[in-house]
Design a protein around this ligand. Structure first.
Ligand SMILES: *Cc1c(COP(=O)(O)O)cnc(C)c1O
Length: 414
């Protein structure tokens, strides 16, 4: 009898989820995992076929680099497969400290703190710094981890139009008129932007943003997920390139993109890191990252800072230019970008899905990026290149695109 009741409840649960998934499918918004059978470099074996991959964020091709693999293997041998506990319990292994020292030196900050992911780094930092009554002002296009952190921390959230300095200033003026937090300290105002926008490839006007936040007594957090390894003389990011290192309170990075490993980092003053160790819940209540990830990230940083890093970056920029030329030549003009993220905005979700499927058919993997990652009706193909691509790869892409261009009537109004 009890068993029957339970079954009935589970059936209802699954029926509700089925309805929700069907609605997503009807709106061309259903997402499914594609199993990749081999290491995903510039080639990926998906569904039994080898596809040319233009979707990875491994911009410098370090994820498959022998030095990173070797560092990971050595760390496993020395420290084991797992970290055993959170950093504050007994998981604060030497590899994590070495990585953090390397990160602080790389970013030009006093200190750094690493997290298991960039997502949890953003969440940890924002929730540690802000609470109810404080004010968070974010660019319209910031990553989901910032948006979720905004909800979690309880601060008042204001969103400024993408890269719009006038709108940011209006929000800062409004924020300056808000009162103190529950009778104690005055309200904190934190501005958050990405430096290179992840789905868009555009850059933030960081110099102007820094001037504005200073004029209005606000703090700034810059998410350098897609800039770390790619910009600046030391390749540490756009904050370095714009010579703003000492003026940005919180620099955030991910270790899973150009750095080639996994993890997230917050770089800044020693006091910031001391506070995060005490207040960042995603740091305190989570098992330390595996030793292999930390060691691989440190090896990735060493390569980025070496001559090889510069050679890889130059190669990457050449392919970015070549990719843009190929896309324009094939009648798929990309957005204007200065990043290895080259989106072709196609509008309707269904169209992005059909084009992505047609490219897959032609042997090329390019993901259709749709709501909620981008706005509704602004679906796009997001091409990324890597320093490991070759001129032949781009020629193959050009062929695939022209094949699709010739089949436009079949594929739908393109
Ligand atoms: C990928 C990404 C993150 C999250 O980093 P992970 O290490 O993948 O969790 C944060 N912000 C931006 C802009 C990103 O693109």
């Amino acid at each position: 009898m009890r068993h029957a009741v339970t079954l009935c409840a589970v059936t209802d649960f699954n029926q509700q989820l089925t309805a929700e998934l069907s609605a997503l499918r009807e709106a061309d918004l259903l997402r499914e995992l594609r199993r990749v059978e081999s290491a995903a470099g510039t080639r990926a074996n998906i569904g039994g076929r080898e596809l040319l991959n233009f979707s990875s964020n491994d911009y410098l091709g370090l994820a498959q680099h022998p030095a990173l693999k070797e560092a990971a293997v050595k760390a496993v041998e020395k420290f084991g497969a797992g970290s055993g506990a959170s950093r504050l319990v007994c998981g604060s292994l030497a590899v994590h400290h070495e990585l953090e020292e390397a990160l602080a030196a790389f970013k030009g900050t006093e200190a750094a703190l690493t997290f298991s992911t960039g997502f949890s780094a953003a969440q940890g930092a924002i929730v540690a710094l802000l609470r109810k009554g404080d004010i968070l002002i974010v660019d319209k296009l910031v990553h989901a981890c910032i948006v979720d952190a905004a909800k979690l921390c309880g601060a008042k959230l204001r969103v400024f139009r993408h890269n719009d300095l006038n709108d940011l200033e209006a929000k800062l003026k409004w924020a300056g008129k808000q009162g103190a937090v529950s009778g104690q300290r005055s309200a904190r105002i934190l501005v958050v932007t990405e430096s290179v926008f992840s789905m868009d490839g555009g850059l933030a006007p960081l110099r102007d943003i820094v001037e504005l936040k200073e004029r209005h007594g606000a703090w700034l957090m810059v998410d350098e997920a897609h800039a770390t390894g790619l910009f600046g003389a030391q390749r540490s990011g756009l904050v370095e390139e714009f010579e703003l290192t000492g003026r940005v309170e919180i620099q955030m990075a991910t270790l899973g993109k150009a750095v080639g490993a996994a993890g997230g980092a917050i770089c800044g003053s020693r006091k910031l890191v001391d506070l995060l160790v005490n207040r960042a819940r995603s740091f305190i209540f989570s098992t330390a990252p595996v030793p292999a990830a930390a060691a691989a990230a440190r090896a990735g940083l060493a390569i980025i800072q070496s001559q090889e890093g510069e050679t890889r970056r130059q190669r990457l920029w050449r392919f970015v230019e070549e990719l843009k030329r190929v896309l324009i030549g094939a009648g798929f003009p990309p957005s204007a970008v200065r990043a290895p993220i080259v989106p072709v905005v196609v509008g309707a979700e269904a169209r992005a899905v059909v084009l992505s499927a047609a490219l897959r058919e032609a042997g090329v993997f390019v993901p259709a990026i749709r709501f909620p990652t981008v706005a509704r009706g602004a679906a796009r193909l997001r091409f990324t290149v890597s320093a490991e691509h070759t001129a032949e790869d781009l020629a193959t892409l050009a062929d695939a695109l022209s094949e699709i261009g010739n089949r436009k009537s079949e594929i739908g109004n393109a």
